[in-house]
Every structure is written in C-alpha cells, then in structure tokens.
Ligand binder design. Sequence first.
Ligand code: SF4
Length: 380
Amino acid sequence: MSAVLSAAVPSAAAAAPAPTAGSPVAIGMPQVPRARRTREDVEAAAVVSGDKKVMLAAPRGYCAGVDRAVIAVEKALEHHGAPVYVRKEIVHNRHVVDTLEQQGVVFVEELDEVPEGALTVFSAHGVSPAVVNEAAERNLQTIDATCPLVTKVHREAVRFAKQNRSILLIGHEGHEEVEGTYGEAPDHTTIVNNPEEARTVEVEDPDNLIWLSQTTLSVDETLEIVSILRERFPNLQDPPSDDICYATSNRQAAIKKISPSCDLVIVVGSANSSNSVRLKEVAVEYGAQRAERVDFANQVDESWFEGVATVGLSSGASVPEVLVQEVLTLLAEYGYGTVEEVVTAEEDIIFSLPKELRAEMKKVGDNDRSLGGRRTNSAN
Ligand code: SF4
C-alpha cells in the first residue's frame, strides 16, 4: 500500500467505531479533529473579492467498477467471515482500505503471504495470468473483482497478441493495472509512459502495430502520446473502443468545466489513485489558480483559502461521497456555504457482481446488493 498518511493525521477509519467482523462494511463519516485558524484570521490575511462559493463537479467519486469491487469484498466477509485476503489494495483509497481492514480484510502484496486454500479477492485493477496461475497452484479460493472495463483491455491484448501484432501500451509502469495488462502478452507489448517515451520507443514491425491504454489516464495526454506515435508510425491502429473508461473521462470533463472559474480546486483522493492525481493536474491545466489533493478534510490547509472566492471540489473514482461531504462541511465553516453543483454527465452504470459471488449468493437466497458507499449526485 503506497498511500501513506502523516503520522500526525489519524485515519478516518481508525477514529470510527470498530465494526463487527463479517457484517457489511459501513463506510462512516470520519471524525478527525484538528486545530485550525479561525475564518476571521484567514479572511484578515487576504482580501476576498466577490462572493464565496463552491463549484462542485459532477460526476465525481465512486465509479461502477469501484462500487462492484468494494461490494464484492463486503459480500465475501458477509458470507465467509474474516479473514478475507485481498491482493493489493482493493481500490486505491486510504479510507476504504482502512475501513475494510477493521472488518477483517487482510491486504497482501503478493499471494505467497496468503495461507494455502484461503479466500482471496483480486483487486479492481486486475491481475496477470501469472497471478491467476499462482493462486490455482496454492489452491486459493478466489473472487475476481477486476473491473469489467479493465478486463476488456486484457481481452484486447490477448486478441492482438494472437494476431501477432505489436502492442504499445500507454500507461504508468509499476501501476497494478498496467502490470496485469502487460502480463497478458509480455512478448508483444511495450509500455509507453509519457510523450518523451513516445518519441523514442522502437518497435519491430511498425506496420502491424496497435495501441492500448490504462483506463485512468489523462485524456489529453493520451491523445498527445497517440499523435506523437502516429507521426512516427503512420500505420498505427486504434483500439476498437476507448480504453480510458467512462468514469475517468467524465470526471476529467467535469473538472475542466469548473476549473477556469476556480481560485482553488480541491480533489479528494489518495496519492496512489491514478485518476485522482490526474484530476488535480487537469484542474491546473484548465485554469485553476491552484489545485490540491487530500485524502481527508483534515488535510485541507486553511491558508489555501486566503484571497479565494471560488473553490472547486471533485473526487476520484475510488472515493466514497462521505469524504467529499466532510470537505463541504469544512468549507462552509470558512464561509463557502453556497454550493453550485455543475453536472456535465449523468451516470447510471452498475456492473453485476463477480460470478463466483453471484453463484454463492444465489445458493443462499441473498438478493441484497447494498451500495458500498456509492455517491449520490446531491450536494446536501
Ligand atoms: S475507474 Fe474506470 S476502469 Fe477503473 S474501476 Fe472505475 S470504471 Fe473501472
């Protein structure tokens, strides 16, 4: 787990009452006290011209793939009891991971940390065939919570490798999703991390070349990388459909809309959440005077509000809405009580749960698919 909080900042989950092992996870409102300067002190430090308000981006927060993965772990706990092992963070959010740990989930980096035969969930980011094979060798009972939109990219990689094509995989080397996709066809795949690498990458057969991408990249940067690649390799083929997922595109479109009007944009999301980090970058590229990313409201520094009239707010695809609401509460305390929600798309996608779970739930007549912290569109 690479998202690390300052030792001075207690985690939201740590401050919540310990939930009962085996019961569905309730992702509750964090209680995180922190000494702060007063609103009057902050306002005295710099004059604010204009009315104070919040522009709240929508869509934001939980996507369908994250929702499905968190519910999969909740259901695994409910049906099997603790411990449930999860390879890597189920989704890249500190609060979700801490809350599930309190419920009896054990997060491991690799499968050799899991006892033989134990129940193990694969995270939303997906795994390579080598990991699936290792799980089988260790007789692990597995639930695959890979997002179906990541699975789609895996299938494309397998198909194009079978056609003996070379694949340029645009994505961040070392990210779990990229490791999983690369692992489907390592002999055919070259990872392109950024525009600089697009300018220098070499391929064996430039006339039999296709590009794929990680699902959570910056839309604009990916287009730039593809255009550089196409200049060098004019016969480069596009994937059959966009690999950057609907949730990533929609959240970036919403933050692009609000950023030109914002003095400050706050993105709620963890440091290892690719789409949260991209949102912060996009906010600045599209005109926000300043952008900051926080896991929790208590990481918001009130000095950021000096001279600020309009605060933009959004959250990454792995962030429960409760964390955004806590930032809104804090903002209201500093005079940003007027909230304008700017909606650039409606989302109603829900993925069915992993097949292993559906079979088990059917056996015991469990039809409940409670939403594991999925956000609502309301600003209230
Ligand atoms: S961000 Fe996109 S690819 Fe990732 S889990 Fe959500 S819907 Fe799936």
